[in-house]
Design a protein around this ligand. Structure first.
Ligand code: ATP
Ligand code: MG
Length: 407
């Protein structure tokens, strides 16, 4: 049997980037031979094994054929006769379809190295269209390598367009889509992911609520960029520049969805968009089965981001309600993430990227004041049950009023 490094490990080494996980392909072997060598089988669908010592993935060379809708509709054929070239041709992009032996000899039948040098993301063969997930993968690689000057080859973008128009994206499972989306959001330029999806018509299929923001104007005085979609991309860009976690980036992407629902007569104003957007945020959350912390933060940021911007003008009682809504006493981290998302929203505006955001420290201060109200003295006074809750609220309100006056 011959063993080769494939995919991302070869690509990233040639780009001079650090390689974290290595995928291997094995040519000329049977499942029995792999098991005899101590490899452990994983995955019921096709022959992939874990190395007994390193735990890295080794896949038998295989060919694939489409036999139905979605990813389930694939038949795999693995046998010792399948060649390296046959295995490589089923891969998505030419830069991902190179293999390397232990002497660093490159097998590159589809000119991945040429495309790496030319900074092009190009599909390997027309079979690209057989798995709609590849649309998301290409957009994710575009986001990851945008900083190096990569772009999608026009014929590949055209294939992605056809694939999006065919309705096949609807056959993707929430799990596969979320894996790509969440990884893409954590790249250095996540806004490029959304831009590429939009360019090929996939955004309209996957997240019509985000797609609908493009072409919707906002008041120029607060939003020099005017367009709501452009604003959303900038907010996402800021979230990556500021190294925000996934929860914050997801909330940034979805925070303004309500603006897509405003009747044209009301443009460029968006009265109550925070509230109107909640059902859209919920729908997107559920469509991709986003993790609970992402779902929760997106809804809270959607509902309260304007409160964040107006923090310094809020009445003490409104400030208290905001803090209660976030349960800042038990969930301080989530409130920090809310503040971060508001700050990204404020900076994700043309020409205002460097602005200061005094609201952040003000909100942190308010949270710590409210948190600092001690329960013990109230217990000593004999408060208990619902009355204790009311008394605590009164004390917190008093403390917040004093906090406001001292600013
Ligand atoms: P990363 O750095 O994100 O891990 P990668 O290229 O290694 O990038 P993997 O998802 O680990 O991506 O997949 C390994 C290889 O398997 C890819 O380089 C590609 O050749 C192939 N591959 C993975 N998923 C697909 C797919 N849906 N369609 C076609 N080829 C795929
Ligand atoms: Mg990999």
């Amino acid at each position: 049997m011959q063993i080769y490094k494939v995919g991302g490990a070869v690509r990233d080494r040639l780009l001079g980037l650090p390689v974290t996980d290595i995928d291997w392909v094995v040519v000329g072997a049977t499942t029995e031979e792999m098991l005899a060598q101590g490899f452990r089988p994983v995955g019921a669908d096709f022959p992939v094994f874990l190395h007994p010592k390193t735990g890295e993935e080794y896949a038998l060379a295989r060919t694939e054929r489409k036999s139905g809708r979605g990813y389930g509709g694939f038949t795999f054929h693995a046998s010792p006769e399948v060649t390296l070239e046959e295995d490589l041709i089923r891969r998505d992009l030419t830069i991902n379809a190179m293999a390397e032996d232990d002497q660093h000899n490159l097998t590159d039948p589809y000119h991945g190295q040429r495309d790496l040098e030319a900074r092009i993301l190009r599909h390997v063969s027309p079979a690209f269209a057989e798995d709609p997930l590849r649309v998301l993968r290409v957009a994710r690689f575009a986001a990851r390598y945008a900083g190096l000057g990569f772009h999608v080859a026009p014929p590949t973008l055209e294939l992605m367009r056809q694939l999006s128009a065919s309705g096949e994206l609807q056959a993707l499972t929430a799990e596969r889509s979320w894996k790509e989306i969440s990884r893409a959001l954590m790249e250095d330029q996540p806004q490029v992911f959304i831009e590429v999806l939009r360019d090929c018509g996939a955004l309209k299929e996957l997240m019509p609520e985000v797609d609908a923001l493009f072409g919707v104007p906002q008041p120029e005085i607060h939003h020099p960029e005017i367009d709501s979609g452009v604003h959303t991309l900038s907010v996402l860009e800021q979230s990556a520049l500021h190294k925000q976690p996934l929860t914050v980036r997801w909330a940034c992407l979805l925070h303004d969805l309500g603006k897509g629902l405003t009747p044209e007569e009301e443009w460029p104003r968006h009265i109550a968009h925070e509230h109107k957007g909640l059902k859209l945020i919920k729908a997107v959350n559920e469509r991709f089965k986003a993790p609970k912390d992402c779902q929760e933060l997106a809804l809270l940021v959607g509902q309260y981001h304007t409160h964040g911007h107006r923090a310094l003008e809020l009445k003490a009682s409104t400030l208290l309600e905001l803090l209660q809504s976030f349960d800042v006493y038990r969930r301080p981290q989530r409130f920090e993430e809310f503040i971060a998302a508001c700050e990204m929203d404020a900076r994700g505006r043309k020409g205002l990227e460097q602005r200061s955001y005094p609201q952040a420290d003000y909100l942190r201060g308010a949270a710590s004041v409210a948190r600092g109200v001690a329960v013990q003295p109230l217990l000593e006074k004999g408060f208990k049950g619902p009355e204790l809750g009311e008394a605590l609220k009164r004390e917190r309100l008093k403390a917040l009023k004093a906090y406001k006056e001292n600013q």
